[in-house]
Design a protein around this ligand. Sequence first.
Ligand code: ADP
Length: 498
Amino acid sequence: MQTNDYQPLDRYRQLAEKSPDFISRHTPGDLVFIDVNPAVEKILGYRSDEIIGRSANELFHPKDVGSWKNGTSNVTYSEGVYTSTYRLRHKNGDYIWLETTSRTIRDPLTGELEEIICVSRDVSERIQADRTLARLAQVVEATSDLVLFCNANYQVEYLNEAAIRTLNIDKGRFPTLHLDELFSRDNNSRLLQEIFPQALETGEWRGELPLEPGSIEDRIASVHQIIAHRNEEQELRYFSIIGRDITEQRRAEAEALQYQLNMAHISRLMSLGEMASGLAHEINQPLGAILNYSRGTLRRIQEGTIKDFDKVCESLQLISRQAIRAADIIKRLRGFVKKTEYQRMDFSINETCQEIAQFMGQEARNEGIRFEFQLDPTQPIIYADKVQIEQVILNLLRNAIEAFDGSRDNGEKTITITTRMDAEQLLVEVEDNASGITADQMANLFEPYFTSKSAGLGMGLSISRTIIEAHRGKLWAESDGRNGSTFKISLPKETQHP
Ligand code: ADP
C-alpha cells in the first residue's frame, strides 16, 4: 500500500526535477523559498541552497513589488490559480521577466493558508517582442504618413491618427468602412484591376493614387505604397496602404508655377518695348504697300486708264492681303503679351526658330548680322509650352545680336541656330561669332540682374533658365572668351510627344 502511494509521488518529484520551468514553494506572507527545483539555477542563476530560506520579496523589481500580491493589471485569477507577469532579479543583477502560475495550499480541516506553490517561466523574449511591437505600433500611430490596413474583402480595419485626421473619418466608422469610399470611381477600379493584383504578385505596389477629394475637405492626399501581407500558407491576410498628405507640396508647386508664370509675363512685357520698334518696321511694310496700291489704283481710275472692274478687284485683293498681314503682326503681339497659363502643346521647333529669327530679322539686318540655320531634317515636334519656349529663343537671339555691339565691325557677323533631336533629348543651339563671354561673366551669367549693358535688366537669362528647368531641361553657355559663344538648350525625351 505504502509502495503504491510512494510511486506517483516519486514520479512527480522526478518530473519536477527535470522540468525546464522553475517550480518553487513559498511561505505565505513573506514568500520565503521553502523548496525549489534545479531549473532555478538556469533561470535565476542561484543554486537551490543559495535561495532556499530567502524571501522572493527581496528579488522583485521595485516597480513590481506588490503587484503580485495586490492583483494589479499584470495578475489574473481564475479557478484558484493566479497568473502574473513580473520581473525578478537574476543573480548577476539583471532583471528577467517571469510568468508565474501560483496556487495556494490550505489546511483541509482549518482552511488556514499553509503555503504557495509557483511554476515560473522566463518570458523575457516574449515581453521584449511585445514591447518592440508596441513601439512599432506607436510609430505607425504617430507617423505623419497615412497608414490603413484593409482585409481581403477591402474592409478598412485600421486607420492611424494621420489618416483619420486627413481623411476626416468618423472614428466609429471603421469596422464598416469600405475602401471604395476613399477613392473616386475611376481610381477604385484602377485599384482593383491593376494595383492590388500587382501588389499580390510582387508583394508591393508603388506609385501615386489620389485619395477621394470629397472626404478630405481642403486637403489633398494620395496613396504611394501598398503592401500585400500573406500568412504561412501564402493566403492574403491584409493590405497595408500608405499615403501622404500632399497639400503643402501641391501648394508649393502651385506657388512655384505662379512665380514662373509671373516671371514669364514680366519678361514678355519687358521684351515688348524692344519688340515695338521691330513691329513698327514690320507693320510699316504692309501699310506702305496698302498706301501704294490704293493711291495707284485711285490715280489710274481718275486718269481713266482702268476701265474694267477686274483690274479694280485685283488691286483691292492685293490691298486686303496686305491688311491681313498687318493684322497678323498685331495678333502676334497680342498673343505675346497675353498672360497664358503654363500650357503644353505639340509644335514644330524648327518653325518656331524660323519665326523668331524672322521676327528679329530687321534688328539683325540693321547690325549687318546674318542668320544661319542648321535645322534637324526630321522636323521634330515637341510637346512644351510654346509661348515660353519662344520667349527663351527670343531672349537668346536678342542677346546674340546685342553681343555684336562694337565687335567684328569689319568681319562677317553670323548667328547660327541649330536644332538636333536624338533618342534622349532635343538640343537647340544659338551660336554667335561676337567677342564671347569672359570667365568672370560666365560665372554670373544666369544670376538675376547680372548685365553688362548700360540699359540691360539682367533678367533675360535667369528667366530663360527658369522656363527651361520647368520643362525639366537645361540651359547653359559655352565660350572660349574670344570667338563668340554658344547657348545650348537641352529638353528631355518627355518633351517629345508620345
Ligand atoms: P540683359 O540682356 O538684360 O543684360 P541677360 O540675362 O539676357 O540680361 O544677359 C545677361 C548678360 O549675359 C548680358 O548682359 C551679357 O553680358 C551676357 N550675355 C548674354 N548673352 C551673351 C552672348 N551671346 N554673348 C556675350 N555675352 C552674353
